[in-house]
Design a protein around this ligand. Sequence first.
Ligand code: GLC
Length: 541
Amino acid sequence: MRQHWWQSAVVYQIYPRSFQDSDGDGIGDLNGIISRLDYLQQLGIGAIWLSPVYRSPSADNGYDIADYQAIDPLFGTMADMDRLILEAGKRGIRLIMDLVVNHTSDEHPWFVAARQDPNAETRDYYIWADPVDGHEPNALTSGFTGGSAWEFDERSGQYFLHLFSRQQIDLNWASPALRQAVYQMMNFWIDRGIAGFRLDVVDMIGKDWCHNGVVNGPHLHEYLHEMNRKTWRDRDFLTVGEAWSADPELARGYSDPQNQELSMIFQFGFTWADRVLGGAKWETQPLDIVALKQALFENQWAMASAGWPSLFWSNHDLPRAVTRYGQNCPVAAKMLAIVLHGLRGTPFIYQGEELGMTSAMSETIETVDDVEARAIYRQLRKRGESAGQAMAKLNVFNRDQARTPMQWDATPKAGFTTGTPWLAINADHTQVNAAAEVGAADSVWATYRQLIALRRHSPILQTGTFGALEGDPEQIIAYTRSLGEERWLIVANFAETPISTTLASPAMHLDRYLISNYALPESEVPTLRLRPYEAFIARLK
Ligand code: GLC
């Protein structure tokens, strides 16, 4: 199999609002990112996935785009963007843009025109439907309002669809003209020198709304194949689709090179290990480590011979992993990093994860920015819950918790801004920050840096075969990677209780430890003595 650059690189997600402010308005920007490129180079990443910076009214912090070919003044100018691509490139860092083409902002000129005139050229870029018995066309609801996903348009007497907020209007992928317009826009960015796209809610493109289907529509894969051919086909390009509905088998379908669709998708199976299946977003249960392990392993198995997995714990929509799985302990942050970077696939780090940044809780609704969280709060209150009860539920998933500004240093504004930060800085920045960690030999940051370098220099981590070790105590996640004669063992005690045991697959002998989150591992493979959250990667002989 031909090897791609993205099979040995680690990708770093930047949430631009919260990364680095350069002009004192309290909101991160492109010049801020440029000023931190040396930091990213030192960390060793190969690419940045940049969350949206296009012109947007910011109903959903940029996931509501009003102009795909302009930079929002909040973040800078197109010249700044060009400079970011150039300066990153000089440091061996590629740029991946966020492609939000399931919907546009209601302020996008396509929608403005479509609404003004039912005969407008862009009318069929969106999804319109006649009332049924004087009501909404069907029962689809919007995740970001809690109400109907249909909005009535007085002028034309039809409804239009918005599966997210009222400011995010769903595009009609059945329209060939819309698809061509999107591909043209993508080529505009490809010509500017970017190296990939992250495709927002890609499984919703081509929805079969009239059968209440919003994911995995009948033409989804056909559209992705067409997109591939019309845009990046002849380049070594990274494409990663966000697909909440995908199981590991579907993940293989999207990423099998034979199908000529995407390089990989984000598959969220593991995120259910501490949630009530089918329950509301705040309904959690204690982490089921076996379920978590199973979800990680199934992804590896499904794509062992075709397709390619993405590897991630966190992003701007999820709680911080160290809070969720590791009680905010730095040693657990390192464990999570080791387990993830040992797997086969492309690792994605969410900004601040390399410092062990933790989830921040909101005390009152007035301080919450997240459009989804605010909508759910309103619903909970309407149902009669007290403000305190509603806030407790919100704090389980409120997306603000992972969106607080980067913690560069221990000063009151964490080195993020000279102004008032758009979202309060997490109080733990006095301990958890880049100034304290870069250069400290035993920091979370040092573990990430070491892992990224290990991946870059170790073909076994890039393409080696994955082997599950099963039958070990529940709290242990253990697996191997193999390439030719070489075999590595990755082990993690995913719990805060220590454990002594012998691996269920005992025919293993330690050659040497390559990385560990305790100074001196005490295990004598195949016999393990693991302290709380202890993890290591070892070479076997
Ligand atoms: C994706 C994004 C999320 C956004 C939603 C709607 O899930 O990651 O942040 O709110 O799509 O665009």
